[in-house]
Ligand binder design. Structure first.
Ligand SMILES: Cc1ncc(COP(=O)(O)O)c(C=O)c1O
Length: 392
């Protein structure tokens, strides 16, 4: 079946739910067993993806979501957790122990970096940050104790595209596991397991939920990696709440049409921004002159609506005048919802293996599902405010 069909059918079982199209929301901690035999029998099946045992191990709502994501991602199985950040921590700790070494991409999402510098350091794991453009040269950084290579492509805030195939080939020849934060592309635009990824992580909070109203993370793996990830997830004991996982499985059904629109609008807005004199650079891998463009063309099936922007040098006042007056692009963290967002970022704060020295402030834009012309008009008025505001 083609992907758009899978998006609709995966993980659904109306017959098991009195004909309802979507699975009901099960609120459950205790699961009751009719006999000692049934109680005992359930223990050996408690990690199956269709057996209820105790709420923390999942309910039919969770199973429906996990089955759908695994199928759509092209993985073996998926496990849902309480947030994207929780998914990253679970996946890392599934493969790392005290004394191990981790290779972390320098452009990782800030809180991922914070996990390495804080939590993992505390438990005796050493991290080396690497240049996202390193490709097969990553072999020079692998030590005998390196266990995991963590990738995020494109990188948070600065959108570098990684050569995942090259990294995975080296990683596997040296006994390392490849993790990917695939939140930006989702498996609709980047097929993780076709590129050698062992464990794919998504902050489902973003595009999968798609409406900025739930926190959810999901980890999909190859067959050989699943047990360790599931064990770690159960150890953390942080399953998603039933309403949030329901919203995740519901959001999945429209992911394809939403992403298509996010991509078209994002590219239209990015192209327009490129022509504006106040803009030094539009950082979008879908633009032909951007450094990651050829790898993006080779490996990706599309681009989401999240990209970066570097302004020409300007004052704090002028930037505030631009952003404070936006009507459609609102300021707020996260992305992937139906609404457009814009936030100032400071990628200099978050890197040690690479440098980021833009001429002016960096912004992150998420193009939502509004009319692209209206979004461009909003930005045009914002840039006019930027240009007309005195420095102090
Ligand atoms: C690339 C990326 N990964 C992971 C996360 C974490 O997701 P959550 O907010 O659900 O914890 C985010 C959140 O902004 C993100 O941008």
């Amino acid at each position: 079946m083609k992907q758009d069909t899978l998006i609709v059918t995966a993980g659904r079982d109306p017959e098991a739910n009195h004909g309802a199209v979507n699975p009901p929301v099960y609120h459950a901690s205790t699961i009751l067993f009719p006999s000692v035999a049934a109680l005992e029998a359930s223990q050996s099946h408690r990690t199956d993806n269709d057996t209820t045992y105790y709420g923390r191990f999942g309910t039919p709502t969770t199973f429906a979501f996990q089955n759908a994501v695994a199928e759509i991602d092209g993985g073996h199985r998926a496990i849902a957790v309480a947030s994207g950040k929780c998914a990253i921590l679970v996946a890392l700790t599934a493969f790392l122990k005290s004394g191990d070494h981790l290779l972390m991409v320098d452009t990782a999402y800030g809180p991922t970096r914070a996990l390495c510098d804080g939590f993992l350091t505390k438990f005796g794991v050493t991290t080396t940050y690497y240049d996202p453009l390193i490709g097969s040269q990553i072999s020079n950084l692998i030590r005998s104790e390196t266990r995991v290579i963590f990738t995020e492509s494109p990188g948070s805030q600065t959108f570098e595209i990684q050569d995942i195939d090259a990294i995975a080939e080296v990683a596997h020849s040296r006994g390392c596991v490849v993790l990917l934060d695939n939140t930006w592309a989702t498996s609709l635009f980047f097929r993780p397991f076709d590129h050698g990824v062992d464990v794919a992580i998504q902050a489902a909070t973003k595009y999968i939920v798609g409406h900025s109203d739930a926190m959810l993370g999901v980890i999909t793996t190859t067959e050989s990696m699943f047990e360790r990830v599931q064990r770690a997830a159960l150890d953390f004991g942080a399953p998603p709440g039933p309403d949030d996982v329901y919203l995740g499985q519901r959001g999945l059904r429209t992911l394809s049409v939403r992403l298509d629109r996010h991509m078209k609008t994002g590219l239209a807005v990015a192209e327009w921004l490129k022509t504006q004199t106040q803009i030094a650079r539009v950082i979008h891998p879908g633009l032909p002159n951007e450094p990651g463009h050829s790898l993006w063309l080779r490996d990706f099936r599309g681009a989401s609506g999240l990209f970066g922007l570097v302004l020409q040098p300007t004052s704090k006042n002028a930037l505030a005048a631009m952003l404070d007056g936006m009507e459609l692009f609102k300021m707020g963290y996260s992305w992937g919802g139906y609404e457009s967002l814009i936030v100032p970022t400071d990628p200099r704060k978050h890197r040690t293996a690479t440098t980021w020295d833009p001429p002016g402030p960096t912004l992150r834009i998420h193009t939502g599902l509004e009319d692209p012309g209206d979004l461009i008009n909003d930005l045009q008025r914002g840039l006019a405010r930027l240009s007309s505001t005195p420095e102090s």
